[in-house]
Design a binder for this molecule. Structure first.
Ligand code: SIN
Ligand code: MN
Length: 264
């Protein structure tokens, strides 16, 4: 899949794209079916909420299930990333942020590059965050909030927050958020399951807790140019993978294709 010139222009202007219906209900079903067993695994890559101990984020997911290995290399995600950042990209991080019904907690105001730079020594804000909704994401179950154009102000001041949630994050202060929102407002990134998002490393975003009775699971793969790879290796591999092998996109029907049957 290729982005049109006007989509690329919008990405440069707003800092994100919402692509409704990029994956079919059948493709999403394959991914959803894998989730209960993955969340039940006892692994440090399943990071749990402080209070409920529900899984907050299931990390290293492309190394834990073949369907997510395919999604992380899916041409409908990776070809647009190639258009925006060139063809030598590696998988920096792949996960499902689960935000379960009633229990899913906030992601504070932040932009991803603050963490990538401070924790992993990534030189430039060139990574792209590619999301796929595994559930319908509506106003009530904790959608991402984007501040359009916030990436154009350059990296905002950020500080490490280890208190608010179980996931340490470099966050942006309220005055900065208020100033950025005053310029262009807010967008809630909602859409049916199968919707995709593409956003850049300096876009300021957040998401509220999930008070609704509906789960909100979102797959995320962060891809980064190999020439812009991490220079520090302090965090675990599942937070920033060391494998810098260039991503090779798979076939468009890779998620739908039935597993090969061994010859008798
Ligand atoms: C979320 O899952 O709501 C937050 C995702 C992100 O910060 O990229
Ligand atoms: Mn983020």
């Amino acid at each position: 899949m290729r982005l049109t010139a006007s989509q690329i222009e919008r990405f440069e202007e707003d800092g994100f794209l919402i692509l409704p219906g990029l994956f079919s209900p059948q493709e999403v079903a394959v991914l959803r079916d894998a989730m209960p067993a993955l969340c039940a695994e006892d692994t440090p890559a399943n990071i749990r909420e402080k209070g409920s101990r529900e899984v907050r984020t299931a990390m290293g997911i492309h190394l834990r299930h073949p369907a997510f290995a395919k999604l992380a290399r899916h041409p409908r995600l990776i070809e647009p990333a190639f258009q925006l950042r060139g063809e030598r990209l590696y998988i920096q991080q792949a996960k499902v942020n689960t935000k379960p019904a009633f229990e899913g907690e906030v992601w504070q105001w932040h932009y991803d590059f603050a963490t990538h730079h401070a924790e992993d020594g990534v030189p430039e804000p060139l990574a792209l965050n590619l999301h796929v909704f595994l559930d319908d994401v509506v106003d009530f179950n904790g959608p991402l909030y984007f501040i359009p154009g916030s990436h154009r102000h350059g990296p905002a001041p950020a500080r490490l927050d280890t208190e608010t949630t179980s996931y340490p994050l470099w966050v942006v202060d309220r005055d900065t958020v208020a100033r950025l929102v005053a310029a262009r407002g807010l967008v809630a990134a909602t859409g049916a399951a199968g919707t995709a998002l593409i956003f850049g490393d300096c876009l300021v975003h957040a998401s509220p807790s999930n008070l609704s009775p509906w789960d909100r699971r979102i797959f995320s793969v962060i891809v980064n140019p190999i020439a812009n790879a991490l220079t520090r290796h302090d965090r675990p591999d599942w937070k920033h993978h060391r494998d810098l092998t260039p991503i090779v996109p798979l076939a468009d029907d890779c998620l739908a294709a039935a597993p090969a049957i061994a010859a008798q």
